[in-house]
Design a protein. Structure first.
Length: 147
């Protein structure tokens, strides 16, 4: 049964409980931790700095211990998602958007890795922002692929 959402062109309907909904839920969980966590840590940096010079780095290191496994979950479920798409039946815009999403995911992971490995405050700032912006871009591309 579908129901039109007020003020929307989208119909609301129940998704079937199956492997697909499980796969997509895992993918969204990984995205939520990866991107949401970056937003939370960025918001906490001023408070962390007031707790001591090393506090932001310690918090970031702990966040990385949580975030990287969820980034891996996102990549694995993203690959799983690709196996479920018949790429022969999609149009060029789908393929371009998918390619851009994959590029942004790679950029987000690479920037985050450089961010966690560098001692340069300037490079940490640039790569931290780059990881977040690329992650948000990948998230938006993902929305475009399913709406």
């Amino acid at each position: 049964m579908s129901v039109m959402l007020p003020g929307s062109r989208l119909a609301a309907s129940m998704v079937t409980v199956d492997a697909e909904s499980f796969r997509i839920s895992l993918h969204l969980l990984g995205v939520a931790v990866w991107i949401g966590g970056q937003l939370v840590v960025a918001a906490l940096v001023p408070v962390l700095r007031s707790l001591g010079e090393d506090a932001p780095r310690r918090a970031a290191r702990r966040f990385g211990q949580v975030a990287w496994p969820f980034f891996a979950l996102t990549v694995v479920t993203g690959i799983w998602n690709l196996f479920e798409v018949d790429l022969d039946t999609v149009d060029t815009s789908y393929n371009v958007t998918l390619g851009l999403k994959l590029l942004l995911v790679a950029a987000s992971g690479t920037a985050a890795a450089v961010h966690s490995l560098t001692d340069s405050p300037a490079l940490r700032g640039i790569t931290g922002a780059g990881a977040l912006v690329a992650g948000l871009g990948a998230l938006y591309c993902g929305v475009l692929l399913v709406v």
